[in-house]
Design a protein around this ligand. Structure first.
Ligand SMILES: [Fe+2]
Length: 286
């Protein structure tokens, strides 16, 4: 039976983000609570639900109350071999090796700012991460507010790029720019508008990131590189960032349409394991 237990939303002393307490995410939510969580999510962009105790399937069930849970694009045989009961909607985000092999894409150390799945036509709108094992320091997630990044741009730059599109490439790296030398038939890539309008809030957001955005279409390479550097610098300004220091049992849900995220470094000889789900999008960013 759906429960309603006095939801408490507390905005962080940061440019974005809020903590929600008073909910046990293992239990189904009633319709009003789902609506309240969504309203808080649109307002704060990142929601943290601390002290949860979720099995992989419970995480999928929670996710499914807000939309259709996505399935990882590259299900790893290694993960499925080790965790045969892992629901297909759950991706493991970890640096742990089993018999020398990573559990899916290796998630080691620092990772630059990016927006999940910006390299496909219809990216997933939300990403949820649930912390299981954490290192003694680092591996924090930085969340940057892309509404504020857009608002911070000089009017001349906004006008210059108003109708431009940028090409995003999934050239899996963690701290390097995507290469334009890759065979685009072999890797995920898509060109989206540089500025997008969030379909729920109506607010404009910057939609480029240092890790995956390769070029602005239609410009010569030097001009594209120069303008992108200006946009990246604006989008990574610390005044736009909330840094989440994880605790086991944290469930964090963010909005890929108005947030980029990055990971800080952590010790390579310590274990870090989180589970990830997503919510599929229904339209291309525009
Ligand atoms: Fe990510």
């Amino acid at each position: 039976m759906a429960t309603r237990l006095g939801l408490d939303v507390r905005g962080f002393d940061a440019p974005l983000g809020a903590e929600i307490t008073g909910l046990d995410l293992r239990k189904p939510l009633d319709r009003e609570t789902v609506a309240e969580i969504l309203a808080a999510w649109y307002r704060h962009q990142v929601l943290v639900f601390p002290d949860q105790d979720l099995s992989p399937q419970q995480m999928v069930d929670f996710t499914g109350q807000f939309g259709e849970p996505g399935k990882p694009r590259m299900p790893s045989r290694t993960v499925r071999d080790i965790l045969p009961n892992l629901p297909p909607e759950v991706m493991i985000v970890s640096n742990i090796r089993v018999d020398g092999k990573p559990m899916g894409l290796p998630h080691d150390g620092e990772m630059w700012f990016h927006s999940d799945m910006c390299y496909v036509e219809v990216p997933h709108t939300a990403t949820l991460l649930y912390a299981v094992e954490l290192p003694s320091w680092g591996g924090n997630t930085l969340f940057a507010d892309m509404y504020a990044a857009y608002d911070s741009l000089p009017a001349s730059l906004r006008n210059r790029l108003e109708d431009c599109r940028a090409l995003h490439i999934h050239d899996y790296k963690r701290t390097d720019r995507p290469s334009l030398d890759v065979d685009l038939d072999k890797v995920g890539n898509f060109a989206h508008p540089v500025f997008i309008t969030h379909p729920e809030t109506g607010r404009k957001a910057l939609y480029v990131n240092r890790l995956m955005t390769a070029r602005i279409e239609g410009l010569d390479p030097a001009e594209s590189d120069g303008l992108l550097e200006e946009l990246f610098t604006a989008s990574e300004d610390r005044s736009l960032v909330y840094e989440h220091v994880w605790k086991p049992g944290d469930l964090v849900m963010w909005d890929n349409r108005c947030i980029t995220h990055a990971r800080t470094d952590f010790p390579e000889n310590e274990r870090r394991l989180l589970r990830r789900t997503t919510i599929v999008g229904t339209q291309a960013p525009r």
